[in-house]
Write a protein that binds this ligand. Sequence first.
Ligand code: AHR
Length: 662
Amino acid sequence: MNLKKLSIFSLLIAAITLQGKTHAQTPVINIKATQPVAEIQPTMWGVFFEDINMGADGGIYAELVKNRSFEFQKPLMGWKVERKKAEEGDVIIQNRQGNTANPRFISIKANNTSKGDIGITNEGFKGMGIKKGLRYDFSVLYRHQNGHVKLHLELIDAKGNIIGGTLLTPTSNGHNWKKEAISFNATETEAKGKFRIWFEGNGEIDLDMVSLFPEDTWKKRPGGMRADMIQLLADMKPGFIRFPGGCIVEGIDLANRYQWKKTLGPIEERQLIINRWNVEFAHRPSPDYFQTFGLGFFEYFQLAEDIGAEALPILNCGMACQFNTAEVVPVNELEPYIQDALDLIEFANAEPNTKWGKVRADMGHPAPFDLKFLGIGNENWGPQYVERLKIFTKAIKAKYPHIKLVNSAGTDPSGDRFDYLNKELRAMNADIIDEHYYRTPDWFLKNAGRYDAYDRNGSKIFAGEYAAQSDKTVSVNNRNNWKCALSEAAFMTGLERNAQVVNMASYAPLFAHAEGWQWTPDLIWVDNLRSYGTPNYHVQKLYSTNKGTHVLNTTQHGNPLTGQDELYASGILDKKTNEVILKVANVSDKEQVREVNLEGIKKFDVKAKLIVLKNANPEALNTFENATNVSPVEETIILNPKKKISLILAPNSFTVLRVKLL
Ligand code: AHR
């Protein structure tokens, strides 16, 4: 045998040996498929909604007119007065005394004017997204002081061209407020549209609640929500929706707290307040950010019902944001706050023959909403919180023992404040403890086993706000990159494995407008016409649409996969579809192979579903231009019924495997 022959021969032997060795040594992920260890709550994966980053006004609330009721601190903010010839007193803001919810309105004096002489233009929320061919519904409250004035309505594009409009001839000359509505179609698509009203005639007209909605709202509801944004939520099939926040529950001070009762009834009677995110970050000033409450608690409950999610309202506990004024209500004056909580349950669940059940019924929903969860306080901490929480809990449980109360574990998942609250809340036998973590991707990886040692019989956990930060919390440099999303996917295997303890989880914040955000990262980004899910969105959606009903013991070499070889895994059973669902995050830059053993299973469908979310580049992002850059690819794979399932895990990937049992 010459040397060349020898080396080829030895290479061959080595290859055969290696092949055999590789096969023999492929680690096995073992799933005890016939022995469910715990139930997964239907609420497990949900969404957290807050009016931050133009989430409500300028976001899901489809109103196009900003400052429609002239109630912003600067009453003409968002409006521009257009005049050929200025005349003293031709446009004034009036404040009617006695109307505390909506005191201001605008008065226009038309002195034999024609179209183009005097008008007002609204800039929308960073412009208005206008779609060619779509119907736009205008409405206004008006009254004449004298004479008669017609309204020329115009949509205009960024260059000032008219792209739709109509003439509204008010039907009344009277002095009483009247609502008038008219619709017209847009002739072009424009992301930066504006809306203008020219006043023609001879007389004086007062206007309030100047409103413009697109026809294509969610479920085509007049005055409703932006359909593309809500569809992204509906597609997630969330188990719950938490609302209205977040820090806006607390307010900068108590006067600025969220008060649900003020968000009901006719929209012109809902008193707006400054949005706390207006002034929160000096580096992201948002002087035109207000909460008009066109979107209020009734609409949130309705949204929850629409998308099949449990409603999870959070109420102020008598404490303003402790990062701001930290104002508290004296404990002996908490009664109105507690009454708000009791009334909310009545509003949601009682029959229409009760006071608050009637309010709900009068708004168009006679059937109860079947509220099951209620949060008391958001990110509150310290003995002040515990003291108030105890009073709330006693009063609510006395009247509504079946309502599960969500309690705050503060702002951080560790440290003195957390430890104190954790101890106190557990001593109180809290139903559900709301933990928040805005941390680095590395923290998420290291904490995939966080709940493994949590008490199985104590309080349940709501992972109420979490997001991996590519830079640091509240940094403007945070990005929704694949590395962060993948670390969340890895961490969430730990939530799923511990579903006996963790009953709810939601990423936060949910929405951000590309030009109107204060906080990043966020799950879904929008501009005036477009919206897309981030890689993090796809991770959340993969969990919530592959939820299952029971946890299965899933191990490699006898241990749960919590980072060995940079792999993280959880296995579950869906009793409704009789499928085993395995999720594996491979956070390494290497392809890895695992065999999957469905212990106890004799027969399974050879056709299995494989869904892979991957990108070789940890910095990869989705953008408006490349919205599906990191998005799941689904395929049907054919399994060999006589062998273990071979799973090839791509570098930097999150894989979901669904195998149907026979
Ligand atoms: O999600 C953004 C903010 O983060 C929430 O309003 C608050 O609860 C948390 O601090």
